[in-house]
Design a protein around this ligand. Sequence first.
Ligand SMILES: NC(=O)c1ccc[n+]([C@@H]2O[C@H](COP(=O)([O-])OP(=O)(O)OC[C@H]3O[C@@H](n4cnc5c(N)ncnc54)[C@H](OP(=O)(O)O)[C@@H]3O)[C@@H](O)[C@H]2O)c1
Length: 326
Amino acid sequence: MKAIVIEQPGDESCMKLGEAASPDMRPGAIRIRVAACAVNRADLLQRQGFYPPPPGASEILGLECAGEVVEVASDVTNFAVGDRAMALLAGGGYSEDVVVSAGSAMKVPERLSYEQAAAVPEVFLTVFLNVFQLAGLQAGDTALVHGGGSGIGTAFIQLVKEAGARCIITAGSEEKCKRCLELGADVAVNYREGDFVAEAKAATGGAGVDVILDSIGGSYLAQNLDALAIGGRLVLIGLMGGAKAEIPLGMVLAKRLQVLGSTLRARPDAEKAAIVTGLLEQFGAALEAGTIGPIVDRVMSLADAGDAHRLIKASEHFGKVVLSVR
Ligand SMILES: NC(=O)c1ccc[n+]([C@@H]2O[C@H](COP(=O)([O-])OP(=O)(O)OC[C@H]3O[C@@H](n4cnc5c(N)ncnc54)[C@H](OP(=O)(O)O)[C@@H]3O)[C@@H](O)[C@H]2O)c1
C-alpha cells in the first residue's frame, strides 16, 4: 500500500510518499480503505521522534481516518463491508489501508464526505472525553479552551454550546477570535492583547469558569487556576507552553480545584469504545443532523503531508487540515 514513510525522524522533508506493508487483520477489527486522514499537532512531534506510537500500534503517522470498510473480522457485528467509517487510530492514518478495533470506529453521517469525516474522530472524541466524561461539564456551566481556532478548539466550541453551556476561547488573532464567535463561542480573548483571566472573571460575574481544557501547560498553569471557579476542573491535554510550573497549592486547596491530565492515544480499545459510545449517545443526533460537525480548513494531497505540517506548525489554519488519500 502507499503510505507516508519516515526513514529518519526530522523536519517536514523527512516524510516521503512510499510503500509499506498492509496491516494484518485481527479479531474485533475492521479494515478501512482510507480515503482521507487528518493531521493533528501530535503528528508533528511523532515525525520528529518525540511521540512514539504505543506498543503494537503502526509506526506510520496518523491518528484518524475515514473510508470504506473492506473487511470485517468474524466477531464484529456493528460494521459490514461497504459501510462508510471514520475511525480513531493509535497510528497508521497516513496510508491507504488501516486495521482498527471496530469499537474505535463510527459510521460516517450521510451528509459528510470522507474528507470531512476524517476530521471528526480525534478532536470530537478528545473534547468529549476530557470536558464531559472527565470534567463533568453540565448545561449552564462555563468552559474555556485555549486555541479556539485549533482542531480541538473548533470541536470544543460546538460541543460545549450544543450541551447548553457557555463557551470562552482564547486565540492569537482578531480574525481567529471573530471566526470562533461566528462558530458559537460566547467570549473570545485575543491572548496577544487581552488578559484571559480578567475576561473569564468578567464574563462570569467574578466567579470564574467551571472547566478549562488546556493544551498550553506550564506557562498558563497559574493563570488557569486563577481563572477557575470554586470546584473548577483544569484538564491538561498538551504542553505547548512547557512541561514544568510551580503550582499555587493554596489556590487548589482554597478553591477545591481538580487538576487532571489525560491522553487518548494509549488508552485500551475498551476505553476508546466507551468514549465513542458516550459521544454518539450525547451528540450523535447533532452530528447526524449537521448542527455540529468538522471545520475543515483545507484538503491537501497525502503527498503534501510536509506542507500540511508546515501550515500547522505556523498555526495558519482554522480547524482541521485533511489529507486526501484517494
Ligand atoms: N491529550 C490528548 O489526548 C490530546 C488529543 C488531541 C490533541 N491534544 C493536544 O491538543 C492541542 C491542540 O491540538 P490540535 O491538533 O487541535 O492543534 P492545532 O490545530 O495545531 O492548534 C493549536 C492551537 O494552539 C493555539 N495556540 C498556540 N499558543 C497558544 C496560546 N499561548 N494560547 C492560546 N492558544 C495558543 C494556536 O493558534 P493561535 O496561537 O494562532 O491562536 C493553534 O490554533 C495540542 O497540544 C495537542 O497535542 C491532546
